[in-house]
Ligand binder design. Structure first.
Ligand code: OFO
Length: 163
């Protein structure tokens, strides 16, 4: 059974994962309009993954005797300043999500909720992978240059390690 503090912080994470999904959808849509079909495909897949993360929180809260609340999501930005800047923003966002997952770990340890601590460890590992994936993409962009992304756009899906 979840205590109220743990239920609250897990519900807050539903909004963060759902917003992540919408943010990556907004990026995907922009990249597609700009002609970057491969990058758009990567972002659409990433958005799907974030939705699955959100669903994991929803079902866990309900299964543990809480009530998962579906929140309103703020609208993500519509336009982005360029591919490199956009991926820098993805990394910054993932760092923010990592911090919020770490905050959950800190709370559940404090509350002696070992079951939730055990469950949330999957997200701790997932965040390490996501940060690494995005950093790898940024390294490649820096290698080829922000103005020379034709081949990168073709190859980006091969960089996906998590589908
Ligand atoms: Fe849900 O992992 Fe990214 O945000």
């Amino acid at each position: 059974m979840l205590n109220k503090k743990v239920e609250k912080i897990l519900n807050e994470q539903i909004e963060k994962e759902g917003y992540s999904s919408n943010l990556y959808l907004a990026m995907a849509s922009w990249a597609e309009k700009e002609g970057f079909a491969g990058i758009a495909q990567w972002l659409y897949a990433q958005a799907d993954e974030e939705r699955i993360h959100m669903l994991k929180f929803i079902t866990f809260i309900n299964e543990r005797g809480g009530h998962a609340i579906i929140p309103a999501f703020k609208q993500p930005q519509v336009k982005f300043e360029g591919i490199k800047k956009m991926f820098e923003q993805v990394l910054e966002h993932e760092n923010f999500i990592t911090k919020s997952i770490n905050d959950i770990v800190t709370l559940v340890i404090k509350e002696n909720d070992y079951a939730t601590n055990n469950w949330i460890q999957w997200f701790v590992t997932e965040q390490m992978e996501e940060e690494l994936n995005v950093q790898t993409i940024l390294d490649k962009i820096n290698l080829v240059g922000d103005k020379n992304l034709y081949l990168f756009d073709r190859d980006i899906m091969s960089l996906r390690t998590v589908v």
